[in-house]
Ligand binder design. Structure first.
Ligand code: PHE
Ligand code: ZN
Length: 868
């Protein structure tokens, strides 16, 4: 068992020394890489000179000296190189070696396939050379790379190429200079034999930017979408945020072995290949969409992250929450805003709400951590974006843009805190966000209870909002409630409070634990539509009649709330079905529910993309999160009963509309076509809930004849609900077709591991032995073990087999890639909700992990907090 130190935000201290200039030489050899650094160092305070402690991990130290001198006294341990400087301003020369080939943790400089690449956020740079590896030390970097010409024709780093040439012995070199000072976590280096696909973009001020994507040879035909997405991102950031790109070159490199999605290194983004490469045969609509948003996300970091960066890692949400907000807005502006919002909220609830209710809950700005790698979470990212969105909702777009201007005026080129950001917004809007800042320091999803009262004689309707907080020490939040009221015809009513009109939609703000608002001039009792567009990340608790939910599903003018009404209605029904199943009664599906959804399916005032989302039953996660007693098996059964009933009640309509949209046109990726495809494939998915050979043939036919992966893969997933030879044949065919393709084959793993039928620990043990699997590749780990752990009925199987399988994999991964091992450890988050034998099984599995000898702090932090 290991121990891990806890690091606290309150202990933050400014660095004793700064490094205004960094010159690196990286020589790549067959068996190692040699790093020579020349660091200009300056004292950063007026007091006495203290020792200089440079971070360094897994480095083979060779030498340290002042420039022009012979030797120097130093102290070396496994984490630091320490010297006592002889002046306030000096230059150090340090040499060390590293072993990229055997770096399986994928932090620092490592090998992915035949390519050398880096990953330095948050603390990877210390695995390349001795340095002040902290984000408030910003430096101008010059980087010289030397390597074999044949194996490494491309030598890339940040900024501009200022020199390159031949050397003796088949070697060559390149020198890069980045004019923008940056923290070392934004440093990047790539060396390898890569194909280049290029394009260009002219900025609004008329500057020509070269855009270059580097990929493995053979993948050139998968770059177009990323390039288009990049150009759209650059244009959008100019149009909406008035932000222009600042270098003359923007490079993206796609690699197969990467711990996360992508990395915003200055001028040289490095991407997980799944998040960059796509063509219609190898990527689904969802992949295309995700690539567009991740390309945008990394690009937007250039201003929110790179130009203005984080003072320390507790401030991570400063760049991540804000940049997620920006990429969400980009996607919403380019596609259907309603669909984007629904999907963002769905993802937030299925991951972040669960995290916030579990053992690893933390505020978007944590007060402490053991391992910062564990805090790249849905909370810091997605809840962080919701917090920014609330500010936006309360002050409006134009004030928000003024706030952004202020932020860059005050902090460009600096490493700052979340307070600095909120301050900019306060100054620009004239608002006080002191209370609002509690969103940064409190964890857990707050609940807002709402009651209403209609007073007939007075023609008033009163809404009372009460906050229920998660933790004892929490204080009430400041939050926006966007709302409207509907009359019995589904028309929007005018909102009048204290004699003043607020139109038909307004934003109220809550500040206290209980607040009432009185709406006047109402002749009949209205139906309220609250928290429109999900205006605050809360759980709404309000008794609403099934009839009212059905009514909102038909009439609400706010698409999100329309969707939400349907989901709440379906959840009520699933809850009743669960009860019937528990009591061994024959479950009967309520006609009101079937009618409401059938009406939605045929509704003229909703598009296909919306229907595909709103007609889908709630996710298993969202159902189990609301269960009094966590039981995914029953929840899954109830969910299937409702799905089956919906399919049966609408069979003809689904079949007809499946055919209607099953056009064999050329694949085009845009919001409209994506919506049509998702609607069509939703029809197919429902039809295969019905035990008819005809429908299996339908899916089989789509699988065989599809001209794009969206349709082909949807057919495969529809078949995965069945036990049929068609299913087995399709799986076999898919494997033969794609087994050599690192990206596509992962979908085959994920689909089977996550399937409602046929997945099991036995299957996983079979799949991990197929040739296309490789536990050292994080994408494969996520697609096989990750997908299995997210398959709740399988992972939580009664005999505990799921827990032990995943525990064993965590232990195996811990020995070479702690970050990925820790990610998988989060699968045990329902520990606190389990009972009896099930809990004992999980406890055993967790204890097996915690007993491992050289357990990483990454895994230790997650598992020890889970067991607590
Ligand atoms: N900073 C990256 C992003 O959000 C995520 C990342 C973190 C990538 C750590 C790698 C390592 O865009
Ligand atoms: Zn990011």
């Amino acid at each position: 068992m290991s121990q891990a130190n806890t690091i606290y935000l309150k202990d933050y201290q400014e660095p004793d020394y700064l490094i205004p200039k960094t010159q690196l030489t990286v020589e790549i050899f067959d068996d190692c890489a040699r790093v020579s650094s020349r660091l200009s160092i300056k004292k950063n305070h007026s007091g006495e000179r203290r020792e200089l402690k440079l971070n360094g991990e897994n480095l083979s130290f060779i030498s340290v000296k002042y420039v022009g001198e012979e030797s120097i006294a130093y102290d070396l341990c496994d984490k630091y190189l320490t010297i006592v400087p002889k002046s306030d301003d000096f230059i150090l020369e340090i040499v060390n070696e590293i072993d990229p080939k055997n770096n399986k943790a994928l932090e620092g400089l490592y090998q992915s396939g035949d390519i050398y690449c880096t990953q330095n956020e948050p603390e990877g740079f210390r695995k390349i050379c001795y340095y002040l590896d902290r984000s408030d030390v910003m430096s101008s970097f010059t980087t010289r790379i030397e390597a074999d010409k044949v194996d490494f024709p491309r030598l890339l780093s940040n900024g501009n190429l200022i020199d390159s040439g031949e050397m003796t012995g088949d070697r060559h070199y390149a020198v890069w200079e980045d004019p923008f000072p940056k923290p070392c976590y934004l440093f990047a280096l790539v060396a390898g034999d890569l194909a280049k696909v290029d394009d260009n973009f002219t900025t609004k001020s008329g500057r020509e930017i070269a855009l270059e994507i580097f990929v493995d040879h053979g993948n050139e035909d998968r770059c177009e979408h990323a390039l288009e997405s990049l150009k759209k991102s650059m244009k959008w950031d100019e149009d909406r945020f008035d932000l222009e790109y600042d270098l003359d070159l923007y490079m993206i490199v796609a690699v197969d072995a990467f711990n996360m999605g992508a990395m915003e290194n200055k001028g040289l983004n490095i991407f997980n290949s799944t998040c960059a490469l796509a063509n219609p045969d190898t990527a689904t609509d969802a992949n295309f969409f995700r690539i567009e948003s991740i390309i945008a996300h990394e690009y937007f970091h250039n201003w929110t992250g790179n130009r203005v960066t984080c003072r320390d890692w507790f401030q991570l949400t400063l760049k991540e929450g804000l940049t997620v907000f920006r990429d969400q807005e980009f996607s919403a502006d380019l596609n259907s805003r309603a669909v984007c919002r629904i999907e963002d909220v769905r993802a937030l609830r299925d991951s972040q709400f669960v995290e916030d209710a579990g053992p690893n809950a933390h505020p978007i700005k944590p007060a402490s951590y053991m391992e910062i790698n564990n805090f790249y979470t849905p909370t810091v990212y997605e809840k962080g974006a919701e917090v920014i969105r609330m500010i936006h909702t309360m002050i409006g777009e134009s004030n928000f843009q003024l706030g952004m201007k202020k932020y860059f005026d005050l902090f460009d080129g600096k490493a700052v805190t979340t307070e600095d950001f909120v301050h900019s917004m306060e100054v620009a809007s004239g608002r006080d966000f002191k209370q609002f800042k509690r969103w940064y320091s409190q964890s857990g999803t707050p609940t807002v209870q709402v009651t209403s009262k209609f007073d007939e004689g007075a023609d008033t309707f009163t809404l009372t909002f009460t906050q229920k907080l998660k933790n004892k020490s929490d204080q009430v939040y400041h939050l926006p409630v966007k709302l409207g009221l509907l009359d019995s015809n589904g028309e929007e009513l005018e909102l009048i409070m204290q004699g003043k009109s607020f139109g038909t939609e307004t934003v109220l703000e809550l500040h206290t634990d209980s607040q009432s608002f009185v709406f006047e001039g109402l002749k009949e009792k209205p139906v309220p539509s609250l928290f429109r567009a999900f205006s605050a990340p809360i759980i709404l608790e309000m008794e609403t009649k099934r009839e009212d939910l059905a009514f909102l599903l038909s009439y609400d003018s706010d698409s999100f709330n329309r969707y939400e009404a349907g989901q709440r209605l379906a959840k009520l029904e699933i809850e009743s079905l669960c009860e019937a199943l528990r009591d061994n009664k024959v479950p009967q599906v309520d006609h009101l529910v079937l009618d409401a959804f059938s009406k939605l399916l045929r509704s003229a005032n909703a598009d296909e993309a919306f229907k595909a989302l709103a007609f889908a039953v709630p996710s298993l996660v969202s159902i189990t999160e609301q269960q009094k007693e966590f039981s995914p098996v029953i929840a899954q059964k109830a969910r299937e009963i409702l799905s089956h009933a919906l399919a049966e009640a609408n069979e003809d309509y689904l079949a007809e509309h499946f055919n209607r949209y099953n056009a064999k046109e050329n694949y085009v990726f845009n919001a409209e076509n994506m919506g049509l495809r998702s609607f069509k494939n939703m029809c197919l998915h429902y039809l295969l809930k019905l035990p008819k050979a005809d429908y299996i043939s339908l899916a089989q036919d789509q699988y065989d004849t599809a001209n794009n992966l969206t349709d082909r893969f949807a057919a495969l997933q529809a078949l995965l609900q069945t036990q049929s030879t068609a299913r087995d044949e399709a799986l076999e065919h898919f494997y033969d077709l794609w087994k050599d393709d690192a990206i596509v084959i992962n979908k085959w793993f994920a689909a089977q591991a996550g399937a409602p039928v046929g997945s099991s620990d036995q299957l996983i043990k079979k799949l991990e032995n197929v040739e296309a699997f490789d536990i050292q590749n994080p994408n494969k780990v996520r697609c096989l073990y990750g997908a299995f752990a997210a398959n709740l009925p399988q992972f939580h199987k009664e005999d505990g087999s799921g827990y032990h399988l995943i525990a064993d994999k965590i232990i195996e991964l811990n020995s070479f890639n702690p970050q990925i091992a820790a990610g998988l450890s989060k699968a045990f988050k329902k520990f606190g909700a389990l009972k009896g034998q099930q809990k004992d099984f999980m406890k055993k599995a967790l204890e097996k992990i915690i007993a491992v000898d050289d357990l990483s702090p990454d895994v230790y932090e997650i598992v020890s907090k889970t067991l607590k």
